[in-house]
Design a protein around this ligand. Sequence first.
Ligand SMILES: [Zn+2]
Ligand SMILES: [Zn+2]
Length: 247
Amino acid sequence: MKLTVLGYLGGFPAHHDGTSSYLLTSDHFNLLIDCGSGALLSLENQLNPLELDAVILSHYHADHIADVGVLQYYWQLHEQRPNRAVLPIYGFDHDASHFDQLSWPNSSEGRPYNPNQVLKLGPFDISFLKTQHPVEAYAMRIVERSTDKVLVFTADTRYFSDLVSFSQGADGLMTDTNFAATNNGVMWHMTSTQSGQLARDAQAKQLLLTHLPADQNLTQQILVEAKQAAGDNVKVTLAKSDLIMNF
Ligand SMILES: [Zn+2]
Ligand SMILES: [Zn+2]
């Protein structure tokens, strides 16, 4: 499977880079994971947005859903698509005020995922883990059925030990790494060191640090610290716009 980073910042876009959004492709199936600020512009660099097969959302914070509305307008205003299909947007439905907005006439249809069940979506089997965040949010373990390759996305979360078994043996692990190691106080995201340790403990092959702060000096510090914590067996990469990783 091929992962393309469309946006990688946490909180707000900066220096022409957008917030959380990733394109995951396998066997001609194009899945958009989160749809943050700037996602639609970045997506247009990769493919015609009408070629999306589905969208899945980890949670409803603005830095993960900011471009859902304009993506819906894009589909609505491009009626030439085959059979006038509508775009399925998967989210949890415990929060009706947000879930209801995933459906838009002649454009998109909100589809609930059950976090307690495996979601079969195109070539992927997706399982979920509720994270520790101020609002309901779900990490995703995405298995490419044809190869058994695994991508784990922590979504937004502070560190908690269940993440280790959930991420076990991942070919790719994408972690919410919003802080340097020295950060303290109440945190709803992981530090560099926590991300590195998680990758090491879960024996992940590759660690992609994402949901990064806008301060690029801090980001370089985060990379150094995460590498140190991850050890020599994990390849550690900083997310950036248009970065492609194959698993
Ligand atoms: Zn976020
Ligand atoms: Zn969040």
